[in-house]
Design a protein around this ligand. Structure first.
Ligand SMILES: [Zn+2]
Ligand SMILES: [Zn+2]
Length: 319
């Protein structure tokens, strides 16, 4: 597993959740936030706390107990997205997708279709200019005559074999797909109402530098990255389309004569953490021999309950 993922799981000194807990209330007093934004703040603030329910676990050797709280699963949460990214990568690396991702031939055909379609639309809207030698193409029939043979030409989209193999391509993609405004391990310090974080200066050879800004500016900038509701960062098409993916992959595996390995079965969060960090979370932290078993469970609150809590908070804040 590559370094960036493992690094995401070492516990950072400060988290976005800490900044929300310290300065969120004041921020909400000074800013009128839409409910969707309040929900992001609330969920990140309460991620893996008793508010979200969880399990009480007890060691089967020494009776040591500890609480394990639920994650918020909000797609803006830096803590949750690190695991979501790892899960996504795991599924891609063991799935069939990597064999099909970069087939040049269909890519070329799609590119040709899209390019010509956009070109014609731009022509219709009068967005194209035809200076000098190509002046004659401004006429509609001339333009159509020029375009029609292009559909029969074989277009070759320039593509290269990934330098370091498919895993690195997915690692790169995964970073974009599960990107949140800032990852927790970039926050260096929180003090005197200010937040210091690291950033990479493109104009200075991508050197890592530190920047300090007031906490409320930090929160504003973080919340600017809120995704519109219903917005999907990835859409799956064709045989990977969500509805029939399972059946389709089964048929494809049969045709290709590839067996589904146990690796391809989805891993539990505990197994994934073990693989990523080498830490066995089911092992008792006290005696280091026993296993932590769940002895009682508090259910995660529903969206309805969470929204009710947020609205109550709002009413209290404004009174
Ligand atoms: Zn979370
Ligand atoms: Zn124990």
């Amino acid at each position: 597993m590559s370094a960036p993922i493992s690094r995401a799981f070492t516990k950072p000194q400060f988290e976005v959740a800490d900044i929300f807990r310290l300065f969120g209330e004041e921020y909400r007093k000074n800013h009128c936030l839409p409910l969707s934004t309040s929900r992001i703040m609330w969920e990140i603030e309460h991620c893996r706390t008793s508010e979200l329910g969880g399990h009480l676990r007890q060691c089967d050797e020494c009776d040591h107990r500890h609480n394990e709280y639920n994650s918020c699963c909000n797609r803006h949460c830096p803590k949750c997205q690190a695991l979501a990214k790892a899960r996504w990568l795991e599924a891609r690396k063991t799935g069939l997708a990597k064999d099909f991702l970069f087939r040049v031939e269909p890519l070329s055909q799609t590119f040709r279709g899209k390019f010509l379609d956009f070109l014609k639309k731009a022509y219709k809207k009068g967005k194209l200019m035809f200076p000098g030698e190509i002046q004659h193409l401004a006429k509609k029939n001339e333009f159509n005559k020029f375009c029609s043979p292009l559909h029969d030409k074989n277009w070759v989209v320039y593509s290269k074999k990934p330098f370091k193999g498919a895993e690195h391509v997915f690692d790169y993609l995964g970073r974009y797909v599960h990107r949140v405004a800032i990852s927790n391990n970039r926050i260096v310090d929180v003090k005197d109402g200010k937040v210091t974080f690291t950033w990479k200066d493109r104009n200075d050879n991508y050197k890592t530098k530190e920047k300090t800004i007031p906490a409320d500016v930090f929160i504003s900038r973080f919340l600017l990255h809120e995704l519109p509701s219903g917005f999907m960062r990835i859409r799956y098409y064709g045989f990977l389309c969500n509805r029939f993916r399972k059946q389709n992959l089964k048929i494809i595996r049969e045709i290709l004569g590839v067996e589904e390995t146990s690796e391809q079965m989805s891993k539990s969060a505990l197994e994934l953490m073990m693989q990523l960090t080498g830490i066995d979370l089911s092992l008792c932290p006290k005696c280091k021999k026993g296993r932590m078993k769940a002895i009682s469970t508090v259910k995660k609150p529903t969206v309805y309950t969470i929204m009710k809590k947020i609205l109550t908070l709002r009413i209290n804040d404004s009174s």
